[in-house]
Write a protein that binds this ligand. Structure first.
Ligand SMILES: Cc1ncc(COP(=O)(O)O)c(C=O)c1O
Length: 384
């Protein structure tokens, strides 16, 4: 099967290497093409389809909200927005009691960095090699490899890069110039690489000692994907700011920035703003996603099936499994793109990563044992 589609005759700008699979429908953990081909989706549109496709609770919430009030901005108070914020801060790490809603992961990080600069008045940010925080000006400046695509004439602030999981280097980097340390507890785009608890603890203690802000970017690894509401809770480490997006709306664009009372007290009216952020459709979905994760006991399911994936996927071309929960990287002997093509040939869609030998798995939290069996059987049949 060809890897890419030809967009030369399309009205779309050709900016992404597409997979030659044109889904027309999704149901549960599966995508279907017009020809009726069925694909088991272990990728979820970059980790967004958190509860799979067509989950009745999400469809009902969207339908109900669309019929009631389709849109209003945060210039007016909305019950649904306040309920979504209350659900999210209850689901999130205790201590982060205030939410600001935006539309995407990059926008959440852009605002998190802005909060750190406003709070500290300092000029520098520390980031971790391999990081992906988004493609906007500030988030892009702390994203690895941005030299290739950044596009803006100047970078907005100074950045100190520390090697992945090097706690001593991190400690040295956190000087009195540093406004924030931003990190993904589990790096997604880099290939599902989890930072160690020791590194995260150093980040917490060293930022607190230096008066810098610790930002956890849980845009990809948050919302239950680690088998805990957020990686912050999995590790028992409380950042000053936590960002999330992707699965937060189960497919509807929405991002959020969470902060504690101390930071919130210093944020004044007008410091942050948005037109679409906190719109009622997105808010109804945030509320429904969290309620569904809790009602269906999905965190326990993630932990159980992740343990199966970690041990049973060590077959065929796979030599190691890394990551946490349902953000896993399969290290492969042959190039990941070949393994991905062979999996697609067997009706399974998975993802690549920045590492050419890591296949990324981002299945929906509703995954079942039979789906794990199917992936393991497909890998087993493959020559390394
Ligand atoms: C950890 C992380 N942060 C931020 C982003 C950017 O999110 P968005 O594409 O919604 O702007 C991504 C996207 O892949 C991500 O994985």
């Amino acid at each position: 099967m060809a890897r890419t589609t030809d967009l030369s005759s399309s009205a779309l700008l050709d900016v992404v290497e597409q997979v030659a699979l044109r889904p027309v429908r999704g149901e549960g953990a599966h995508l279907f093409t017009a020809a009726g081909e069925r694909y088991l989706d272990f990728y979820g549109g970059h980790a967004v389809a958190l509860l799979g496709y067509g989950h009745p609770a999400l469809v009902a919430a969207l339908d109900r909200q669309a019929r009631t009030l389709f849109f209003q901005s945060n210039i007016v108070p909305l019950d649904v927005r306040e309920r979504a914020a209350a659900s999210l801060v209850r689901f999130g790490p205790p201590g982060l009691s205030r939410a600001f809603f935006v539309n995407s992961g990059a926008e959440a990080n852009e605002n998190a960095l802005r909060i750190a600069f406003l709070a500290t008045g300092r000029p520098r940010v520390v980031a971790v090699e391999g990081a992906f925080h988004g493609r906007t000006a500030a988030a892009g400046a702390v994203t690895a490899g941005h030299e290739r695509w950044y596009g803006f004439p100047v970078e907005p602030f100074a950045v100190t890069w520390v090697p992945f999981d090097d706690a001593a280097a991190l400690e040295r980097a956190i000087t009195s110039e540093v406004a924030a340390v931003i990190l993904e507890p589990v790096q997604g785009v880099a290939g599902a690489r989890a930072l160690s608890r020791a590194f995260l603890e150093t980040a917490r203690t060293a930022t607190a000692a230096a008066g810098a802000i610790l930002i956890f970017d849980e845009v990809q690894c948050g919302m239950g994907r680690t088998g805990h509401p957020f990686a912050a809770q999995a590790h028992g480490i409380l950042p000053d700011v936590l960002t999330t997006a992707k699965g937060l709306g189960g497919g509807f664009p929405v991002g959020a920035v969470l902060v504690g009372e101390a930071l919130a007290a210093g944020i004044r009216k007008g410091d942050l703003g948005t037109t679409f952020g906190g719109g009622p459709l997105a808010m109804a979905l945030v509320e429904a996603v969290i309620a569904t994760i809790e009602a269906e006991g999905l965190l326990a399911r993630v932990r159980r099936l992740s343990a199966r994936l970690r041990s049973e996927c060590l077959v065929g071309p796979v030599t190691a499994v890394q990551g946490m929960g349902f953000l896993l990287g399969l290290r492969t002997v042959s190039p990941a793109k070949d393994v991905l093509a062979r999996l697609r040939g067997k009706g399974i869609l998975a993802g690549g990563s920045a590492d050419p030998h890591v296949v990324r798995l981002l299945p929906p939290l509703i995954l079942e044992d039979a789906h794990v069996d199917e992936l393991v059987a497909a890998l087993k049949e493959m020559q390394p």
